[in-house]
Design a protein around this ligand. Structure first.
Ligand code: NAD
Ligand code: MG
Length: 395
């Protein structure tokens, strides 16, 4: 029996994870479920999965959940505060941690799971973007197992040779890999003109054609920043240089990514766009178990199209590629400015095309340093947030 903590259990990835776990009560038991606020989103899952702990970061919301659970006769203990996130991620009884908090807030608890040597299923790409060097060093030092949940990275992992971990520790070239083809749906505005992009609303940006996801990643998919964050994520996960990764727009989201070998072979992983597949894959790896996802109907899929990304209409991807090349704290600055700009767009404070403008201004003004420790990364993150906020307010 494996004990699982889900960081970000009330979100989109969190609920898909609970769905997969519920299919295998003989293999998995939930140790803890966490959320930031909105306790009602955790309430039913606590009754169904009976975790030992539930964490709701906001104290008043945690109290409300505890009272509600007591009245239902539940024995789940509710904790509050950010420290509790790290505690339930690192607790000795836990085997596996699903890291599915959105944004920089996930870094510290995910790192706590890594430092406790857990099997860490990484959905929270922002943690790796911000602190890739520290994070991957900690994985090695504490012998944690890091498995990718992002569908593209999970696909790449599946297309690597039989012992991917050995291959990664030696470097991609040693196992015959020439490059990684990172697929992108192109988002809801793939065919929009520059002028049309100026006028898009948060509702339009959050309506992804193929995937149903949280708001922040939906906006990131629409700007193509998501692909930029994923390129940086792939560099760390697969020890690749940015120029070894090619972004390919593939509107059907049936191929989740590909790996090209030196002999010219290209391996792809295909499937219906449903996050339960990568979640199942990482949970059970190296075994495979049912995920609830139906098989791919090739006849009705019919077509697989590909095109190059347009970096002029979608400059966020260009900024991310540049930050990847620059290294140091550049990706942390990019990520922080993006989080602030996306939140401002969702509040209708700035337009869709202002998002990359804010990020570019931040990257031009904040000096890049070497991310020697967590404090350096967090200071860069805070500085980028302050500047992004003041640029937004000055508009
Ligand atoms: P979501 O918005 O649906 O859920 C986010 C979760 O994080 C919620 O449980 C929320 O309570 C928690 N959270 C938010 N802020 C927090 C804070 N400050 N402290 C503690 N907890 C906090 O997001 P999602 O779509 O499930 O995405 C989660 C992560 O997975 C993101 O990093 C995203 O990029 C990545 N991801 C998501 C998908 C997808 O299909 N949804 C696919 C690939 C990767
Ligand atoms: Mg993805």
């Amino acid at each position: 029996m494996q004990f699982v903590t889900i960081l970000g259990a009330s979100g989109s990835i969190g609920s898909s994870t609970l769905d997969v776990l519920a299919r295998h009560p003989d293999r998995y038991r939930v140790y803890a479920l966490t959320a930031f606020s909105q306790w009602r989103k955790l309430a039913d899952a606590c009754l169904t999965h009976r975790p030992r702990y539930a964490v709701v970061v906001e104290p008043a919301e945690a109290e409300a959940l505890q009272a509600w659970l007591k009245a239902k006769g539940s024995e789940t203990e509710v904790l509050s505060g950010t420290q509790a996130l790290s505690e339930v991620a690192a607790a000795p009884a836990v085997d596996t941690v699903m890291a599915a908090i959105v944004g920089a807030a996930g870094l510290v608890p995910t790192l706590a799971a890594v430092e406790a040597g857990k099997k860490v299923l990484l959905a929270n790409k922002e943690a790796l973007v911000m602190a890739g060097a520290l994070f991957t060093r900690a994985v090695e030092q504490h012998r944690a197992t890091l498995l990718p949940i992002d569908s593209e990275h999970n696909a790449i992992f599946q297309c690597l040779p039989a012992h991917p971990q050995d291959c990664l520790s030696e470097g991609l070239a040693t196992c015959g890999v020439r490059k990684i083809l990172l697929t992108a749906s192109g988002g809801p505005f793939r065919e929009y003109s520059r002028q049309q992009l100026e006028a898009v609303t948060p509702e339009q940006a959050c309506a992804h054609p193929n995937w149903s996801m949280g708001q922040k990643i939906s906006v990131d998919s629409a700007t193509l920043m998501n692909k930029g964050l994923e390129l940086i994520e792939a560099c760390w996960l697969f020890r690749a240089r940015p120029e070894q990764i090619e972004v390919v727009v593939h509107p059907q989201s049936v191929i989740h990514s590909m790996v090209e070998y030196v002999d010219g072979s290209v391996l792809a992983q295909l499937g219906n766009p449903d996050m339960r597949t990568p979640i199942e894959h990482a949970l059970a790896w190296p075994e495979r178990i049912a995920s609830g996802v139906s098989g791919l109907d090739m006849i009705s899929t019919a077509r697989l199209d590909f095109e190059a990304p347009d970096l002029d209409r979608f400059p966020a991807l260009r900024l991310a590629v540049e930050a990847a090349g620059q290294g140091g704290t550049a990706p942390a600055l990019l990520n922080a400015a993006n989080e602030v700009a996306v939140a401002a767009f969702l509040r209708r404070q700035i337009g869709f095309t202002d998002i990359p403008k804010v990020i570019e201004s931040v990257l031009e003004r904040v000096p890049v340093t070497e991310p020697e420790d967590l404090l350096v990364v967090q200071t860069a993150d805070q500085e980028a947030r302050r500047l992004a906020q003041s640029l937004i307010e000055a508009r």
